[in-house]
Write a protein that binds this ligand. Sequence first.
Ligand code: ASP
Ligand code: MG
Length: 434
Amino acid sequence: MFLRVRVVQKYGGSSVADAESIKRVAKRVVATKQLGHDVVVVISAMGDTTDELMDLALQVTPQPPPRELDMLLTAGERMSAALLAMAIADQGLHARSLTGSQAGIITTGTHGNARIIDITPGRITKALDADDIVIVAGFQGVAQDTKDVTTLGRGASDTTAVALAASLGADYCEIYTDVDGVYTADPRIVPSAQRIPEISYEEMLEMAACGAKILHLRCVEYARRERVPVQVRSSFSDKPGTWVRDPQPVDPDAQPDPEGAPVEQAIISGVAHDRGEAKITIVGVPDKIGEAARIFEAVAATEINIDMIVQNVSAVATSRTDISFTLPKTDGVTAITALNALQEEVGFTDVLYDDQIGKVSVVGVGMRSHPGVTAKFFSALAAANVNIGMISTSEIRISVVVDQDDVDRAVAAAHTAFGLDATEQAVVYAGTGR
Ligand code: ASP
Ligand code: MG
């Protein structure tokens, strides 16, 4: 019996890099529609368009007004949406492209990093009822108050797709990219990485939060909250990719996935890394009640998300301590400015900034029931001659800060130590990770 499903397909920039690729994507969309399904497509800007538009803005002024920057950047997704609609029309089906605003994606007013607060998908459902294919420009919406066009942050077309899938009651959301799914490590760094056939929302959330660029963090948060099954796969192949969803009941008749990593309880599901963070150390903080609160209140007021925090034991002689924390590199200047303004009041000695760091994390629900994961991870790092700068953990994750130059070696060492190496090499089709 035929089962009609409603699917949201998202294609990343590398899948629509030029006219030929757009035609190839159109074929995939048309094929899905011709099976009788409802298809909504979310599209990213072509290739490096967003970077190029950003460069262009910076050539005009060192500080583009955020509202105008959003007007400019959203144009990239409008281009690819319209071109894809044309390519689909050329293949004989009817498609309608919509901007984020037309699609009913209502956001906060924070230009460059707006959040979706509501979706009113009336125009999409009407078009679907008319049997049209709908194409939505990714990564954008309209601010509820000002009615200005907003963007949702770099890489956020994933989030557009999952948010639409949730609001349209789609059966699942497919995210098409330039690799065959979520891997046990970034295959650009670890060629022996394996595709993970299935991963839970919790693990994917930790991986994305720890720098795995395959899915936008907020997309995973959304998918978990709304229980949207997400299939990450390549637009360059027909491989089954990776399902991000609630653990499925075991089907005794199911065929094992011959090319994927074992689904059975691996202790570690993957190794993630992040080169996007920097470390700030506040030297000589008076060891008194309330000082840490004052410091972090000042940082919080700038809306920066800080990550790991370490406070050293204070020296008995001075009663002073050092506090270090990590934060996104892009927020470095803002944080330093806020802290310098506080120096006299709190009376610390100095603020140090180090952006030559990287974070390496091992993630897996299996560590809940397996002692010794930390020891194994740290031994592997020691054997690879990697020094650990900071440590943080959650119930299903261990992260360390290391020297930036040691990141690749640390990732490879952890991957091998936890038995994740495959015999075959992973395929990277386009290389940009979009
Ligand atoms: N084009 C946007 C970016 O590069 C959004 C996306 O691709 O998801 O960040
Ligand atoms: Mg992406």
